[in-house]
Design a protein around this ligand. Sequence first.
Ligand SMILES: Nc1ncnc2c1ncn2[C@@H]1O[C@H](COP(=O)(O)OP(=O)(O)OP(=O)(O)O)[C@@H](O)[C@H]1O
Length: 654
Amino acid sequence: MPADDLLSGATGADSYDASSIEVLEGLEPVRKRPGMYIGGTDERALHHLVAEVLDNAMDEAVAGHATRIEVEMHEDFSVTIRDNGRGIPVDPHPKFPGKSALEVILCTLHAGGKFSGDAYQTSGGLHGVGVSVVNALSDRLRVEVARNRELFAQEFSRGIPQGPLQKLGATANRRGTTVTFHADDQIFGHHRFKPARMLKMARSKAYLFSGVEIRWKSAIPDGDTPMEASFHFPGGLSDYLTETLGTAATYAERPFAGKVDFKAKFGAPGLVEWAINWTPSRDGFIQSYCNTIPTPEGGTHEAGFWAAILKGIRAYGELANNRKAAQITRDDLLTGGCAIVSTFIREPEFVGQTKDRLATTEAARMVEGAVRDHFDNWLANDTKSAGAILDFLVLRAEERMKRRAEKETQRKSATKRLRLPGKLVDCSATAREGTELFIVEGDSAGGSAKMARDRRIQALLPLRGKILNVLGAASAKMGQNAEINDLAQALGTGIGTRFNIDDLRYDKVIIMTDADVDGAHIASLLMTFFFTQMRPLIDHGHLYLACPPLFRLTQGAKRVYALDEAEKAMWLEKGLGGKGKIDVSRFKGLGEMDAKDLKETTMDPASRKLIRVSIDEDEPGETADLVERLMGKKPELRFQYIQENARFVEEVDV
Ligand SMILES: Nc1ncnc2c1ncn2[C@@H]1O[C@H](COP(=O)(O)OP(=O)(O)OP(=O)(O)O)[C@@H](O)[C@H]1O
């Protein structure tokens, strides 16, 4: 499109002015973009509404003000959640004249009692948006509050009050909050609450806090989901895990379970409770929670928990003289390891409003510290369970390593079946470890390199002429370029989106070009190719530059090589320690060097110098930019050269 058209705005620019900039007020943003608040408008998001209201009731219970929560599902798919807590405050809000705190809470985003202050210590609620979001996304919502022996009620539709807060009169023995809501079909379409899913939610909440009883009632049958039930679990998570595992055989007779108050241990409010057992009969799992909010994507509390278990079991293995225990990894713990971890912390940080992952860094340290001590004790006291678990985990680690070795062998035999380019001079080793591929310039260099190489581990691929400048080439053209095809085949990895680092046939890929401008140009073309088409090769540190010398200096029987003019000058001044005049010869190209020289200066791992290519994206500076210097343009990437075995000089000049 011509620039003029772009400026005049072919698509409605005339009408795009200040009047197009909307400011959404009240709960409008929630109805416009429900996904931002509840992660979508599907069945999962729908059930999130129940979670928001239930979490508020749980927060009341965990804060020590409620002992009972009722969850009821009605025939018309509306839901009631009732607690016997303090009740949402109903007195006039000081900042909003004429409005009760209840109305402010229900109709304003970011209104709540959990930001600071002492109303709640370790709450699942954080952002002050939960119940207002439910209100915005319900076509009917009624709140009843029983406080100070008086009953109040207010009704809403799609976030808008349907009348003022009503005083319904005295109530002798009722206290707490009751929220009844019907999700709006305009938002959730045909999705309906599923009793089985809701019952599961209610039951797990009861396990997470032993001080609460949760009653369940449903008017809608759903398979074998009970129409009425009551959950109260004084045994907490240990009971929960035992029930979840059912009749499955387990390695520990009783789960390793416990509860630690952070106050006593770290002087910070909060606690962690956990239960774990291992079973051969099913895959492992971890369910984690923070302030009773499920965190299906884990986070710092899970990381701390696994760190404690892993370090504990390895240390126990060491004590038991089982050296293989050191090989156990976190993945091994999860095969057959079934865990539930629940932590309560003040002002947790979650990722997003749906709170799927905990981000509080402190949680990792506190959970690890709390669980580790207990685990060490438990392993030392219950040696029968500890031994069984250790044996099981060592077996798992061995199996994993065996599978990996098998995969490696398969890779090797696949390599054998590969069609390799005719001009590749391969090495004899079959495993990748320790092998090197030298990409050399021209046939003559290939000749002396062939004699200079260690045929066991060093392979050669001579490239004819300059390879295509891939920065500008379309990928179809690249595919037709014979040199590039040979290179991709020799490496075994494929290129572009099909690149797979696991198929790489050599440990080191070494670009070996003449120490002159042409050679440098070819090296930079190759590096650009690797950067754009085989980037992981560089990221994983497999790409290197060889450093052939420019000069040979002899003085009697003494001989040295110089990488560049500066080094030559240094030797000339210093002398070689031999007798007579110093002879200087300049190599015009690799092909001029005899095999012995090439081996000693450039190829032999014992005496050569190599430069590893890496990419330094943030640090500008002079490590610079070989590609830029050599190609005379300003490419957007920067290569950094890390010197290995620097033997001749510190500075690099290719
Ligand atoms: N069942 C309840 N009992 C007592 N107070 C409640 C109850 N439900 C809500 N509240 C009060 O209303 C406030 C707002 O609740 P809301 O669900 O909107 O947000 P939140 O729980 O603070 O945070 P989040 O948005 O993270 O859920 C709470 O902070 C609390 O003060």
